[in-house]
Design a protein around this ligand. Structure first.
Ligand SMILES: Nc1ncnc2c1ncn2[C@@H]1O[C@H](COP(=O)(O)OP(=O)(O)OP(=O)(O)O)[C@@H](O)[C@H]1O
Ligand SMILES: [Mg+2]
Length: 253
């Protein structure tokens, strides 16, 4: 069953179609790779799926619901999490607070709840902190929980992104180049964690230029070029497909 489905999505910026009639079906429980040369439209595709950019035409279904017109926060509440190609944590806030801020609805945010149900608010706070700490543990950042996010390396910021997105209990996570800037040792942690979270039932779509990582994690890869679907297949098929090789060489030349 498809947990996420895009049909004939197009996004125009002025005269240029960054995404041009893309269709994509993501099965429940899979780790789908999304690759393609720079400027192919991969990040724009994520922006469309997550709702930060509205499609010019086409439709998006999340868990069977049409979310084409739904704002980003509604899609997040519906189970769609995403990380950003360039993470922007709050630099002066601790890692723990950065993760806590990614939570969904909180009773404490409803002003009157502090007066009418202070015990419940306090219990929720404790539970949220425990969950945030467990997520920092998961991405090997727990020992830095009290440090401001500005101390993190680029690679550690990618791991913090993963902890942040997990805070909202997503069904589907869109990962935009999670391995960029991540050193080889941390990369193994990251691959391991994605597998672990996926084994817990979470579906992933993975944009990545690190083909080794994509091949290890993904059973199926979708290749985009110039906003369109170029090819779809298993990692071994993608690696030897002339059209894919051509698209990447064209990007280099
Ligand atoms: N907000 C925007 N306004 C105008 N053009 C944009 C906008 N966002 C993206 N584009 C253009 O759309 C095209 C696709 O960009 P996108 O960022 O989706 O590519 P990508 O596949 O993620 O590339 P990369 O691998 O370099 O991250 C590019 O030509 C880009 O310049
Ligand atoms: Mg991109």
């Amino acid at each position: 069953m498809a947990v996420l489905e895009a049909r004939n999505l197009t996004k125009r910026f002025g005269g240029m179609a960054a995404v041009d009639g893309m269709s994509l079906s993501v099965a429940q429980g899979e780790v789908l790779g999304l690759i393609g040369p720079n400027g192919a439209g991969k990040t724009t595709m994520f922006d469309l799926l997550a709702g930060s950019v509205r499609a010019t035409s086409g439709s998006i279904h999340l868990a069977g619901q049409d979310v084409t017109q739904a704002p980003a926060h509604r899609r997040l509440a519906g189970g769609m999490g995403r990380t950003f190609q360039i993470p922007r944590p709050f630099p002066g806030l601790s890692l723990l607070d950065n993760v806590l801020l990614a939570r969904q609805s909180q009773t404490g945010e409803r002003f009157w709840a502090n007066f009418t149900a202070p015990g419940r608010v306090a219990a929720e706070e404790r539970a949220a902190r425990d969950k945030a700490m467990a997520l920092l543990e998961l991405v090997a950042l727990a020992r830095l929980a009290d440090q401001p996010a500005q101390v993190l390396s680029g690679g550690q910021r990618k791991l913090l992104e993963l902890a942040r997105v997990m805070m909202a209990d997503p069904k589907v996570i869109l990962l935009d180049e999670p391995a960029a800037g991540v050193n080889p040792a941390l990369l193994e942690v990251l691959i391991d964690r994605i597998r672990q979270i996926n084994a817990g039932g979470v579906t992933f779509v993975l944009i990545e230029h690190n083909i080794d990582m994509v091949s290890r994690l993904c059973g199926r890869i979708v290749v985009m070029a110039q906003g369109k679907l170029l090819y779809e297949g298993r990692p071994d098929q993608v690696a030897k497909e002339p059209r894919v090789i051509e698209a990447y060489l064209g990007g280099v030349a």
